[in-house]
Design a protein around this ligand. Structure first.
Ligand code: MG
Length: 472
């Protein structure tokens, strides 16, 4: 009897504890960190076969989190890829294609970025690195939901020192919406990876008591490669390996800052690359491992990138997931996590929270993923294990350059080709003739997305495309 009384007396205490825990959860929405490197290949992390250098911090992140082997970018080129990441939309929906040069074009201010979605929940937001969604002062990250910004507005090869095209204007380094270095030199480029990492660490420390979104987009390993003194000559591979080693160090610094500030268990960290490696640059480019072709193509080597996500206690540790997911899914997934409303305009991504958490039987909620490249060309579509490639011309590397020199491209034409990515991730065996019903099914899916977003290859006009920003 006395025991029962004691137990009964404990009940209010248990409830108090539970409600305090829930309250703490509600008051502590998760922080979000996205690290999005430039042109890092599928095999350019230790756990996916890096050769001649190691990535101990990214590998550790994989052992403490989940590695996604079938993680896709929406397009195999910088600006289009980043537009999809930031907005949860296929690039043609938001009118961004290719790689923007210095111009008056950029992501429309009407589109909502992840930063803007999180702002609705009072998140502090910062970006360090390559933006590439509009370099005009009115189109910079600070106009798209980021409180803080430091970085290059576009690619690090768009500068007067480009050996193959010296007609670029001076490359600026921007902080907030001000140019702090009007003419970035090679010496400055060599400081960028560390500078972004230090900015990220300071931001984490300064915002440890408030939910934050941190987007780190290293300008490397996009050519021309530059590395700080502390990593120069440190790897067997050479400059490319040194550059990746510095990026890996930066990842380690960011994770250490989260740990030191007690934020480990309340922070989702995503590591991925914006597209496949620029293999025409030989030893100054990375590797796709078993995947076919590279950057600038919709073959797997162009669109499938290394991806690790870590969130101790929420994302299972040491797991490998082969569920196909895409950058467009991050915005809606993050919105759901923090209870923020989705953008008012239609988006393409879907909540993949159950896949991240490793819930039993969690499946990709998409019937298919579509891959656009070039002039809004729908080049490929993946549905389950199947990938349908539409007839198109694609570039192939016919000779590689080395040590910063560019090799040569040729081109090839694909037919209507079907691949089973589960058994044939290298896309070697076209099964279109053997699987006419599958082809037909995927064709119908392609027609659906074409009617919405158009397709340059079949000269289809989409009914739901929205314009990019064009500053007058
Ligand atoms: Mg890139």
């Amino acid at each position: 009897m006395i025991e029962l009384m004691n137990t009964l007396r404990l009940i209010p205490l248990i409830f108090l504890h539970l409600s305090l825990t829930l309250l703490a959860k509600a008051e502590n929405p998760p922080n979000v960190v996205i690290i999005y490197t430039d042109d890092q290949g599928y095999a350019d992390i230790g756990v996916q076969g890096a050769e001649g250098y190691t990535t101990p911090n990214i590998d550790k992140m994989a052992s403490e989190g989940t590695r996604f082997t079938d993680f896709y970018v929406a397009s195999a080129v910088c600006s289009a890829s980043r537009a999809a990441l930031m907005t949860g939309c296929y690039p043609p929906r938001v009118g961004i294609k290719g790689a923007l040069g210095p111009s008056r074009t950029g992501l429309n201010l009407e589109e909502e970025t992840i930063a803007e979605v999180l702002k609705k929940k009072n998140y502090a937001t910062a970006m360090f690195g390559k933006w590439h969604l509009g370099d005009h002062p009115s189109l910079l990250p600070t106009k798209q939901g980021f409180d803080q910004y430091l970085g290059l507005p576009y690619s690090n090869d768009m500068w007067p020192e480009n050996k193959f095209n010296p007609n670029w204007p001076p490359l600026p380094l921007i902080e907030g919406d001000k140019i702090i270095v009007p003419y970035v030199t090679g010496e400055i480029q060599a400081t960028l990876t560390t500078r972004y990492a230090e900015g990220a660490v300071d931001f984490i420390t300064a915002h440890k008591d408030k939910p934050f979104f941190l987007y780190v987009a290293p300008s490397m390993p996009h050519v021309p490669l530059y590395v700080s003194e502390k990593f120069k000559g440190k790897t067997e591979q050479g400059t490319y390996g040194d550059v990746i080693a510095e990026i890996d160090w930066a990842v380690g610094e960011i994770l250490a800052a989260l740990k030191e500030n007690g934020l480990d268990d309340n922070t989702l960290v995503v590591f991925a690359s914006d597209n496949g490696p620029w293999t025409v640059f030989g030893n100054h480019a990375g590797s796709t491992g078993p995947l076919r072709e590279a950057k600038g193509t919709s073959w797997e080597g162009g669109i499938r990138v290394p991806c690790v996500m870590r969130w101790p206690g929420t994302i299972p540790a040491g797991r490998v997931s082969a569920e196909p997911i895409c950058t467009i899914d991050l915005l809606p997934t993050i919105a759901k996590l923090v209870g923020a409303p989705l953008p008012e305009r239609k988006i393409d991504g879907k909540d993949i929270g159950p896949i991240l958490r490793g819930e039993k039987g969690a499946k990709n909620p998409h019937e298919y993923l579509a891959f656009y490249y070039g002039n809004n060309n729908l080049e490929a579509l993946r549905s389950g294990k199947w990938k349908l490639v539409f007839p198109h011309r694609y570039r192939v590397v016919t000779s590689v350059g080395n040590d910063g020199n560019r090799g040569k491209y040729g081109s090839k034409n694909s037919g209507l080709e079907l691949y089973d990515l589960e058994t044939d991730p290298s896309e070697t065996t076209n099964l279109a003739d053997k699987e006419p019903e599958t082809v037909e099914k995927l064709q119908a899916m392609a027609d659906e997305i074409r009617s919405e977003l158009g397709d340059g290859l079949t000269k289809t006009k989409g009914s739901e495309t929205r314009p990019a920003a064009r500053v007058k």
